[in-house]
Design a protein around this ligand. Sequence first.
Ligand SMILES: Nc1ncnc2c1ncn2[C@@H]1O[C@H](COP(=O)(O)OP(=O)(O)OP(=O)(O)O)[C@@H](O)[C@H]1O
Ligand SMILES: [Mg+2]
Length: 387
Amino acid sequence: VSRILPGATIGFLGGGQLARMMALEARRLGYRIGVLDPDADGPAAQVADFCVVGEFGDRGAAERLAARCDVVTLDTEHVPCEILEVLEQSTPVRPGSAVLRVVQDRAEQRRFLDGLDVPQTRHAEVADLDSLRTAAGLVGLPGVLKTRRSGYDGKGQVKVASVEGIGAAWDAIGRQPAVLEAFVDFEMEVSVLLARDLEGNVRFYPIAENVHRNHILHLTRVPAQIAPELARKAEEIGARIAAGLGHVGMMAVELFVTRDGELLVNEIAPRTHNSGHYTFGACATSQFEQHVRAICGLPLGEPTLFGPAIMINLLGDLWQGREPDWSAVLSLPCTHLHLYGKHAPRSGRKMGHVLVSGESAGQVARIACAVEAALDLDQAPTVRLAP
Ligand SMILES: Nc1ncnc2c1ncn2[C@@H]1O[C@H](COP(=O)(O)OP(=O)(O)OP(=O)(O)O)[C@@H](O)[C@H]1O
Ligand SMILES: [Mg+2]
């Protein structure tokens, strides 16, 4: 394995919060950082050595970034594969175009998972209104209609409650190629977070439990309250997917746990993931450092969790004309505030998160409740006190 050692330069295609946190960790390790982003003062650009200003779909700009870097990685899986293929001819790109080609198209992703015989949500591909009607018959309703490309944070997806709602759903996603999935009345959502290195070694973080509000991650709790056999099954599925893709770096696999105790894969994220933010503060090696180690050919770090933790997302909605009361949050014990340096707190936009990391599940749940109360986030009782 050829190692890319500290002192070398890591390039990020996209300069959002994931790139920011990877850059912060990479800097601590002694790497130099370059970012491609439209905003020279965006979350990652603020902590980088240099920023190439441009869209991540701008081939010339991507080439200018790569020319100054020893390895290139991604902040988002929505970078055009054609650009990655060009960069790969001169610079290692990890993960590369072969992984992205499968993952950035929901239909391709489903076919790949079918090929691996991995259990997943019932689904059918949709090309037009007619095939959507056929898909509804095959998959059953209620369902969730998702665009094949460019979805994130619940964007590009809509619930289809009944046959009467089919036309409206097709319009709502902008009449574009899509996948219809059966709506899963799940018991719990979990994610498998793993890192895979250049030699195929895999390290797992503890399975995380995720609670969404309006299709956006609201909080993550670790360790997830699931049976050890189920956790092992989830890990086996994650490892099979990562190896099948030939992935290098961090990867998250989102799964539903059904009321019958079955696991169904929802989707693959070939990168650091929001449900792994807790690792930055609550684990011996954060997912951001782990990703840097993997793509640089360094030994993977210990994923060990120090103790129970809850991560709460801070969305732009919290601002409402005034800055949230950070003092109230910071006065609580075991609480760590992460803000991403975004300028405009738009509704639904991920602006930061709070990590509560402590000794016992009960203590962490009580403090997380207090965080929610301090920020007026406690309308819905999503943080249940642990037994
Ligand atoms: N088939 C389904 N049945 C029930 N709930 C679903 C289904 N699909 C999606 N959801 C809910 O919506 C959330 C977001 O869906 P999904 O992960 O597909 O979207 P996304 O836009 O790619 O989000 P992200 O990339 O932020 O995870 C899921 O975590 C789940 O809570
Ligand atoms: Mg998701």
